[in-house]
Design a protein around this ligand. Sequence first.
Ligand code: MG
Ligand code: MG
Length: 271
Amino acid sequence: MKSIMRRAGGAILKSPDEIEQMRRAGTLVYRVLSRVREMVRPGISTAELNTEAERLIAEAGAEPLFRGVTTQQAKFPFPAALCTSIDAQVVHGIPSEEPLKEGSVVSVDCGVRIDGFCGDSAVTLPVGQVAPDVERLLEVTREALAIAIREIRPRRWWSDIAAKMQAQVESAGFSVVREFVGHGIGREMHEEPKVPNYVDRREGRMDFRLVPGMVLAIEPMVNMGSAGVLYEDATGWPVVTRDGLKAAHFEHTMAVTASGADVLTDGHAEV
Ligand code: MG
Ligand code: MG
């Protein structure tokens, strides 16, 4: 039998039951990131963080979403459950045996699928004590995500919210990465629509209206210096800032409800 999927703005709308299933995936991601947060300190390697994440995901009977992903640029499928991006790495860093250093930041991105539905969340963590301007970078990026959560309302244009996120980042003297954006999420990690963290009026086609039942992974990526990014090396995986300054990345998966946003990756699960 052909299934009837409700769609809006390219997004596959989710039923309340499906959103509860997505909260299970989101809650597992939350648990993984909480554990990683406890573990991060100078001297630990991102490979150790990944091993623990793989263990927690397997124990829950879930599937890590990033392992095996390929892209046009990538020379090999992504080899881990976590993306761990250190300092100038913005996204898609590969876990390694290299110990984390005091004063660094590490962005940890985790996605899982459980019983057919996905969750996706990221956080940037300080390693030991970081400089005040780095602390500020994390605060401003976290706040950009908080703006999205507070401002989501049915019928609003996404670009109105993206404009507020961008203004907040730029007024702090930082820049929003353009090459990577958030996304719809559901049975697949990446669904329509694309969810930019900036507004470019020439890219009006990226705009959409928020509708209850949409589930979005919103993920501001903020550079301390200029917005430009490039691939770090020939692997086509780690994306780094062009100027070598640090970057931060915060992400939550959230459902649009009749009254606002329901965050599915913040651990507030009733399941
Ligand atoms: Mg993610
Ligand atoms: Mg994502």
